[in-house]
Design a protein around this ligand. Structure first.
Ligand code: PEP
Ligand code: MN
Length: 371
């Protein structure tokens, strides 16, 4: 059970003490408080764990400091979408809105190779009116002999260039909790010219200690990739780890499942789960067509599979697209074969726009026919 208090409830006021005394007297129930500090107000939610079935919702709602009570109907207490759950399905970070009702594009380098390519990429994004990008610094690789990313050495020029081209959010995978501090320090040293979204890769979806560390920090939002060989439920529980540690600004990313049944794609594309994740949780849903498809294969209509899969996710209501681009894919140190070229960026964006408008029309149709 979730007890949502009135905004800006003062924990020193007697009405709060009265509620706490009432709840502490409940048998076999433990209470966990979570404060969500927004720009305008602080929202406090109390999570009641234990046998809450016999509790009387109306009795709790009668308390002066209580705004409303939500009964938990799913495992994912914090991020889940429960029955009659009207809690927010969006958040804002560094002036950019992430929600189940809008769409953000994160086009960029799978791996940072040099400052020149980063600058060409950022400039192209600005020219296309984009505010977000992806830039891999810490790369988890199958072979220990493959390029592992430049790590903290590239952070200063990545952040400075992001600031120069007005990029507000850089999605960056981290593979160790020490990377959080490295990113914090580099951002600060550069004068905080941009923001960072911490990405947890598919190989770390169930690295629970990493999830706990990343969830404990509240400075950065988190992009959690679905685990490529586990169930959707297991991956959603991984997201709940982040929220249970305190950070609920989490976006869930579909990136395909590892199986040969998806051949010739690199992974079996799973974007049919976009609406499923939105039904089960309040998280915005991202799709990663690059790591799903894994190549620049083109169908007889002249449209690349990456474009087709992106459209499939967007027409189903995806909220974010994470996609690999490179100024010179043949020179890319990681995942060059799946990178789109910069001259394809305007085409890609227009194609997404068509799918997004079609999604809007589908929602309008639903409204008209089920009024
Ligand atoms: C990536 O986005 O760079 C990446 C490695 O993705 P994944 O964790 O989905 O393989
Ligand atoms: Mn990659």
């Amino acid at each position: 059970m979730i007890i949502i208090l009135r905004p800006d409830t003062d924990k020193n006021e007697p009405a709060y003490a009265k509620l706490m005394a009432y709840m502490e007297a409940l048998p076999n129930i433990s209470i966990r408080a979570h404060d969500e500090e927004g720009a305008e107000q602080t929202l406090t939610e109390l999570y009641l764990v234990g046998n809450t079935k016999p509790l009387d919702t109306a009795e709790i709602e009668a308390h002066e400091v209580v705004d409303r009570v939500v009964r938990v109907s799913r495992d994912y207490r914090i991020l889940g979408r429960h029955k009659n759950d009207d809690r927010d399905t969006h958040f804002e970070y560094n002036g950019v809105r992430f929600g189940q009702d809008n769409l953000q594009i994160f086009a960029g380098l799978c791996a940072v190779d040099n400052a020149e390519h980063v600058e060409i990429m950022m400039k192209a994004l600005q020219e296309s009116g984009l505010q977000c990008t992806r830039m891999g610094a810490y790369k988890p690789r199958t072979s220990p002999y493959s390029f592992q990313g430049h790590g903290k050495d590239c952070l200063s020029f990545v952040f400075e260039l992001a600031g120069k081209y007005d990029i507000k959010v850089v999605s960056m995978e981290i593979t160790h909790d020490a990377h959080i501090e490295e990113i914090q320090q580099a951002l600060e040293a550069a004068g905080n010219p941009t923001g960072v979204m911490l990405q947890i890769g598919t190989r770390n979806t169930q690295n629970f200690e990493l999830l706990k560390s990343v969830g404990r920090q509240k400075q950065f939002p988190i992009l959690l990739k679905r685990g490529f060989g586990i169930t959707l439920e297991e991956s959603l529980n991984a997201a709940e780890y982040l929220a249970s540690e305190g950070n609920r600004n989490v976006i869930f990313c579909l990136r395909g499942m590892k199986t040969n049944y998806g051949d010739p794609h690199r992974n079996l594309v799973d974007f049919s789960h976009v609406p499923t994740v939105k039904t089960l949780t309040r998280m915005p849903v991202c799709i990663d067509p690059s790591h799903s498809v894994g190549s620049r294969n083109m169908s007889p209509d002249g449209i690349m599979d990456i474009f087709h899969c992106t459209a499939q996710g967007v027409i189903a209501g995806a909220n974010m697209v994470l996609v690999d681009f490179h100024p010179a894919p043949e020179k890319a140190l990681v995942d060059g074969p799946q990178a789109l070229r910069l001259d394809e960026l305007p085409w890609f964006l227009e194609d997404i726009q068509i799918a997004r408008e079609a999604y809007g029309k589908r929602c309008e149709l639903q409204q008209q026919l089920t009024k």
